[in-house]
Design a protein around this ligand. Structure first.
Ligand SMILES: C[C@@]1(CC(=O)O)c2cc3[nH]c(cc4nc(cc5[nH]c(cc(n2)[C@H]1CCC(=O)O)[C@@](C)(CC(=O)O)[C@@H]5CCC(=O)O)C(CC(=O)O)=C4CCC(=O)O)c(CCC(=O)O)c3CC(=O)O
Ligand SMILES: NC(=O)C1=CN([C@@H]2O[C@H](COP(=O)(O)OP(=O)(O)OC[C@H]3O[C@@H](n4cnc5c(N)ncnc54)[C@H](O)[C@@H]3O)[C@@H](O)[C@H]2O)C=CC1
Length: 192
């Protein structure tokens, strides 16, 4: 059964610790910043790849700490992503994070994840997140690529226009729901 509950985090208002800055750390960071360029992320690793260093050069919200993992780095963090190549360290990070009631993702162990990073499609204000319940990240990637192609670019124009109309509506909640449903009913009508 798929019991995941998706939420859309404002990661520019949260502090994220990413432990490990190798191949996987870079992948997680790249997708996080692609979707949320203002995310506040501290990257912690004894070895930080040149690619990650370059990303930090143009981004003051991206803080690099060249050190091995220690508990103190969990202070003042909301989210933790463990992406080291050492399973024992990842496990320790998981344990420490849980003791502090932090939300934690352990990239190499789905059972140790409170949340998964998903495939993400962005068209202006519209954002679609994709997960396969941890079963096939490659399928999440392919679905992301497919949806990037098929979701029309102008979906954002529609959202902006409906938002303008929404702002003009006077009346109670029920009235607004009716008016907005009427305006958009064509969208879900089945074609003959
Ligand atoms: C559970 C999860 C935890 C988490 O990382 O959050 C996780 C775990 C693991 N990934 C592994 C492998 C790969 N991951 C990718 C790619 C992505 N992985 C992402 C998410 C997630 N990966 C979470 C579940 C998401 C869901 O619910 O579907 C994406 C969607 C988002 C992102 O990375 O930000 C991003 C695509 C982004 C995009 O393109 O849009 C590829 C494909 C590629 O790189 O081309 C491969 C290789 C092929 C394959 O295995 O499919 C392994 C095995 C490691 C090993 O064998 O050593 C584990 C560990 C395990 O499963 O045990
Ligand atoms: N979730 C996902 O999408 C995927 C997960 N994985 C898993 O992710 C893990 C990481 O793999 P790679 O990035 O390829 O490894 P890597 O060797 O490229 O990088 C490892 C990083 O961890 C850091 N590190 C090692 N010990 C540390 C410590 N004590 N404290 C802080 N940082 C430490 C290193 O300095 C380096 O930056 C592997 O276990 C792999 O199985 C692999 C592929 C995809």
């Amino acid at each position: 059964m798929n019991e995941l509950y998706p939420v859309f985090l404002k990661v520019s208002q949260l502090n994220t610790l990413l432990v490990g800055a190798g191949v996987v750390g870079l992948e997680k960071l790249t997708f996080l910043l692609k979707s949320s360029p203002n995310a506040r992320v501290t990257v912690l690793a004894p070895e930080i790849s040149e690619d990650v260093k370059r990303m930090a050069d143009h981004n003051e919200r991206l803080v690099l700490v060249q050190d091995i993992y220690r508990k103190k780095y969990l202070e003042e963090k909301h989210l933790v992503i463990a992406a080291t190549n050492d399973k024992e360290i990842n496990k320790e990070i998981h344990k420490d994070a849980k003791e502090r009631f932090l939300l934690v993702n352990v990239a190499d162990t789905p059972e140790y994840c409170d949340f998964y990073l998903g495939g993400i499609v962005t068209k202006g204000n519209v954002k679609i997140a994709i997960s396969t319940n941890g079963k096939s990240p490659t399928t999440a990637k392919r679905l992301r690529q497919l949806l990037e192609e098929v979701v029309p670019e102008n979906i954002n124009e529609m959202v902006e226009n409906i938002n303008l109309y929404r702002e003009t509506l006077k009346g109670d909640f029920e009235y607004k729901v009716k008016a907005l449903n009427k305006l958009t009913e064509e969208l879900i009508k089945k074609k003959d």
